[in-house]
Design a protein around this ligand. Structure first.
Ligand code: ATP
Length: 300
């Protein structure tokens, strides 16, 4: 095999709770993660050395200023890591078609890294199983193992301990991201300064619904929660405005993803989701927005 093309799907957090902190400062999570049908495409070709071409023209707001096209790119780092692990001295040409907005709480970098690990595994016929790829992936980032396994999962630990779950029922997802920067570090710092209060284990409730096959859009919507939204929405009230807009326009639930600033809304009607997108684009013409769906595990 001389070349492969891999779809790298974005993720959203249907739930995101913080349960503690490790001694090294990493936060411990409890989160139901879900892949969505917004994706980068990673093309890989055998080559003498590693190179990376970044193609970012899909309106995602990704530019070379935000996403580096050299050895700092996590896709490049993934290639270095797996080639070294396999003892391969040649390289790979990476062509990265970037559609996922960067620094948005959508695991854009992690999913590219996962796609490179999976793609090089195929390209060079390494025969690594998913667990081996995850063990390599976690060295690049806590979300990489989820992006390798894909679909729907309960993520615990730093996000790397995964319990694979059945997908929710079909729904229309409106994804919207304003062209603004949110510092993940600052969000976590602000969260740490808050007094931790008792809260319902919505991750556990959603896990049960998914296992029972009763995770329709309204049921999923009733479980949405993100503890980081509490701080991000105070720092950036426009995120709450977006969420409220979605609910007023027919979403059965809406939530910020990860540390933001992306917001997703769950709709049962595709036309309504599309209409809401068009209305919101009038208010925020520079934003990235799209209607997408949940992705099942193993979809290529
Ligand atoms: P997460 O949801 O895992 O916290 P995120 O979606 O918030 O991630 P990314 O899109 O992964 O954030 O981008 C974080 C930073 O990583 C960017 O500011 C960018 O400089 C850097 N980066 C390196 N490689 C990539 C890549 N392939 N795609 C996107 N960003 C990358």
């Amino acid at each position: 095999m001389e070349e492969v093309s891999v779809k790298a799907y974005a993720k959203i957090n249907l739930t995101l709770d913080i349960t503690g902190r490790r001694e090294d400062g990493y936060h411990l999570l409890r989160s139901i993660m879900q892949q969505i049908s917004v994706f980068d495409t990673v093309e890989l070709k055998k080559a003498d050395k590693i190179s990376l071409e970044l193609i970012a023209d899909g309106g995602s707001g990704c530019s070379h200023e935000v996403v580096p096209a050299d050895g700092r790119n996590i896709a490049w780092k993934a290639a270095e890591l797996i080639l070294k692990e396999a003892g391969i001295s040649s390289g790979v040409e990476i062509i990265l078609h970037k559609n996922i907005p960067a620094a948005a709480g959508l695991a854009g970098g992690s999913t590219d890294a996962a796609a490179v690990l999976k793609g090089i595994n195929k390209l060079y016929g390494l025969g690594y199983d998913a667990d081996k790829l995850c063990a390599l992936g976690v060295r690049l980032g806590a979300d990489v193992p989820f992006c390798i396994k894909g679909g729907t999962a309960m993520a615990e630990g730093i996000g790397d301990k995964l319990g694979i779950l059945p997908a929710p029922d079909k729904a229309e997802i409106l994804l919207f991201k304003l062209p603004m920067e949110v510092s993940t570090k600052e969000v976590y710092q602000a969260y740490d300064a808050l007094e931790v209060t008792q809260r319902e284990d919505k991750s556990g409730r959603l896990e049960e619904l998914l296992k029972n096959g009763s995770a329709g859009p309204a049921a999923v919507a009733s479980c949405l929660m993100n503890v980081l939204a509490e701080v991000t929405e105070v720092q950036h009230p426009v995120i709450k405005d977006i969420r409220t807009d979605m609910l007023e326009q027919g979403a059965v639930g809406a939530l910020m993803s990860g540390s933001g600033p992306s917001v997703f809304g769950i709709f049962t009607d595709g036309n309504k989701a599309q209409e809401a997108l068009e209305n919101m684009k009038k208010s925020y013409p520079d934003a990235f927005g799209t209607v997408c769906s949940f992705v099942n595990g193993g979809e290529e």
